[in-house]
Design a protein around this ligand. Structure first.
Ligand code: ADP
Length: 521
């Protein structure tokens, strides 16, 4: 009996111990961060027989609403997720699995559930239960989603940008291939990186014999010119382009040609800074045409001048004979004839001058002369021709310059007659004569119509006339060209400063040869 009693006590003690252990396990499960459930695999539809507090928190359902249900209530209507099949298969096979699945709280809000299920087997190996451990990974999923979005956004941007660049490149290369100008792209060592079709066609060369070769070794080394080399070496470090460099040479396959070369440093959206673009234009034909035009001008003006001199002589004879002619109308007509002949003569002389300058045949009779006196005398003469006009001179230099005095007078005449001609609403011109370092500087300032920027760039070219004045003011567009060349031949410069509507100032300089320290005004 005693023995029996002690056995029952032991059993009681054992049960007591066991129930203490169970208590501890349940407490531990309830303090876990993860939601934990146990389903009974032996009952129909695998009901949940246990859930911890965290599961209640995650799902929003209370213990009573959970126990007895199948887990699928967590999926609400979202039944088409492939993860469900994975879970089902694992249960059938009695295996563990891990999925990330969309679940819904009691209030209908979505949460991402990282679910791990694991079978519990009895001694015979039969699955009696499943334990499910769940973690709410909504925040992580969102972060992953945002990251994916961001990544795809960046990828999309990169794709767009790449496409944009490709489009631009296609656009640029189609321009390069279409232009009727030969183009080469060189690297920093003057090696040809690309040559457009026009270059290959014009020079009758293949891409193979051009691309990859240094410019100076192309063909028969016709680009191997020291002065050109010097200019090209300046492009990358200084960004100074090579403008209108003429190469007159014998080219293989195409013979003697005059090529006009322009070279620039390429900068394309901050890239390719060390590339040089060379544009080459064949100006052989144009040069030849210019030469023919000059020849024509020179011959035509010579031919015109001869009979004109005769006419002038005849008019003079008639004028002398008409001394005692009774009819004043006759005398008057003769005088008019004489002055028209003079004007015609002047025009032809101007044409001849351009032809001479162009062919380099203009002769300079260089002699020292007193520039102040020359300018003042020239202006006094002009004043006689335009009596109502106020031409004010300021400054003296006391300088002696060496040059062709008649040509300098011609420049002053050109500038003053323009100043008067292109100032129809003003009757004043200011002329300044000043010494600047070892140059004299002569300025002719008018208060007329002025010259816009585009015209300012071109007025020193032969035959150029601003378009808006063509009908109103007669002229040949020669005076400034001739003046510019004359001053350049004297090693000075001629330039203009002007704004439309505010008048113009034409300035030119001439080097002084004496060095007395008279600073003038
Ligand atoms: P022309 O006077 O015969 O046209 P020029 O060579 O002397 O030829 O001048 C070229 C062009 O420059 C003129 O047609 C005119 O458009 C412009 N020009 C020259 N001087 C002046 C000036 N003082 N004011 C405004 N425009 C001028």
């Amino acid at each position: 009996m005693e023995k029996n009693t002690s056995h029952i006590d032991k059993l009681k003690q054992h049960i007591h111990n066991k129930s203490n252990d169970l208590d501890l396990y349940l407490k531990a499960l309830n303090s876990a961060y993860s939601g934990i459930i146990i389903t009974d695999n032996m009952q129909h539809d695998n009901p949940i027989i246990y859930c911890n507090t965290a599961f209640e928190t995650i799902s929003g359902y209370s213990h009573n609403e959970i126990i007895g249900h199948n887990c699928r209530f967590l999926q609400a209507q979202d039944r088409s997720q492939p993860e469900r099949q994975i879970i089902k298969d694992s249960i059938i096979r009695g295996e563990e699995c891990k999925v990330e699945i969309r679940n819904y709280r009691k209030d209908g809000t979505l949460f991402w559930n990282e679910l791990f299920i694991s079978p519990v087997k009895n001694d015979e190996g039969k699955v009696t239960h499943f334990i499910g451990v769940q973690n709410d990974i909504t925040a992580r999923k969102k972060a992953e989603h945002d990251l994916r979005e961001e990544k795809s956004h960046v990828e999309q941007k990169i794709q767009e940008r790449t496409k944009e660049l490709q489009d631009k490149e296609i656009f640029l290369s189609s321009i390069i291939e279409t232009v009727r100008e030969s183009l080469l792209v060189l690297d920093a060592n003057y090696v040809v990186l690309s040559a457009n079709k026009h270059f290959l066609n014009s020079f009758k060369v293949s891409s193979e014999e051009t691309v990859g070769k240094p410019l100076f070794e192309l063909g028969k080394k016709q680009w191997n010119i020291n002065s050109l080399k010097e200019l090209l070496t300046q492009i990358l470090p200084t960004n100074n382009p090579v403008i209108d460099y003429e190469v007159d040479n014998l080219f293989p396959h195409i013979g003697r040609k005059v090529m006009l070369l322009n070279a620039y440093r390429i900068e394309f959206e901050g890239h390719y800074k060390d590339r040089i673009l060379i544009a080459i234009e064949d100006i052989t034909e144009k040069k030849e045409q210019d030469r023919r035009k000059d020849d024509f001008l020179s011959i035509a003006s010579h031919e015109l001048k001869t009979p004109l001199t005769t006419i002038k002589g005849l008019v003079q004879i008639l004028q002398r004979m008409s001394g005692d002619h009774p009819n004043p109308k006759f005398v008057n007509t003769l005088d008019k004839m004489s002055s028209y002949v003079d004007r015609l003569n002047l025009l032809i002389t101007k044409l001849l001058d351009t032809a001479k300058i162009q062919s380099g045949n203009i002769e300079l009779h260089m002699e020292p002369f007193d520039i102040d006196k020359t300018i003042r005398d020239a202006i006094d003469n002009i004043k006689l021709a335009v009596p109502g006009y106020e031409i004010c001179i300021s400054g003296t230099t006391g300088a002696i310059v060496e040059g062709d005095e008649l040509q300098i007078i011609q420049v002053v005449n050109n500038l003053l007659s323009n100043a008067i001609k292109y100032s129809p609403d003003s009757d004043k011109v200011d002329v300044g004569i000043h010494k600047v370092a070892n140059f004299v500087k002569i300025s002719v300032r008018d208060y007329g119509m002025g010259i816009n920027y585009q015209d300012r760039l071109k007025i020193f070219e032969r035959f150029y006339r601003a378009s808006h004045i063509q009908k109103k003011f007669p002229g040949l567009g020669i005076g400034l060209y001739v003046s510019h060349e004359i001053i350049a031949n004297h090693k000075g410069t001629l330039w203009v400063e002007s704004e439309p509507g505010e008048g113009s100032t034409f300035n030119f300089t001439l080097p002084i040869i004496n060095n007395d320290d008279n600073d003038g005004a």
